[in-house]
Design a protein around this ligand. Structure first.
Ligand code: GLN
Length: 175
């Protein structure tokens, strides 16, 4: 859980359930889950519009796994609704059914000298990275952590390890 990681680092957090909850929020994390379910929830509570506005105001947004899919400009397998915040194309469940979840070591050279432990759960693969998007992390040659200005998207779950690297990098964006 991201909350556990934020508690470890000592940063206050709250759950967003309604568009009004954004008041006083400095940074937003879109967690993992099932994007189909999450999209319904976001639309029903009009949180989709609130997130787009939040991102446009240049406030930091981190999406992990399903969260990264929600943030993408283009979603494949199948094509679906998205927030379209970050200029990447991302393929859902791209490692195939046989690889439901796995732990790999990746590199995020700008964030840490050490290899980063990465947990993948029915993870997507980033198939295209737009011009303004920087690849900050790779595992097995594939981009797994990307950044476009205030936006950070990871295809893995940094909150499921004790490695604070990604969260600390994200939180530093609050300035
Ligand atoms: N498989 C999910 C989806 O495509 C993402 C999985 C996750 O967030 N761990 O929506």
């Amino acid at each position: 859980m991201h909350a556990r990681m934020l508690d470890l680092i000592g940063v206050p957090w709250k759950l967003i359930k309604h568009a009004e909850d954004f008041a006083g929020i400095d940074a937003l994390i879109l967690p993992g889950g099932e994007t189909t379910t999450m999209l319904k929830f976001l639309a029903e509570h009009k949180i989709d519009e609130a997130i787009r506005k939040f991102a446009k105001e240049n406030k930091p947004v981190l999406g992990t796994c399903a969260g990264a899919i929600l943030m993408a400009k283009e979603v494949l397998n199948p094509e679906q609704e998205r927030l379209g915040l970050i200029d990447i194309s991302i393929e859902r469940n791209a490692y195939g059914r046989q690889v439901d979840s796995s732990i790999r070591e990746g590199e995020c050279p700008e964030l840490s000298q050490d290899p980063v432990e990465m947990v993948f759960i029915r993870a997507p693969i980033i198939r295209r990275v737009g011009e303004g998007v920087k690849v900050l992390g790779r595992a097995e040659g594939l981009p797994v952590l990307v950044e476009q200005r205030n936006l950070l998207a990871a295809t893995f779950h940094p909150e499921l390890t004790n490695d604070e690297t990604v969260h600390r990098y994200f939180l530093a964006k609050m300035g």
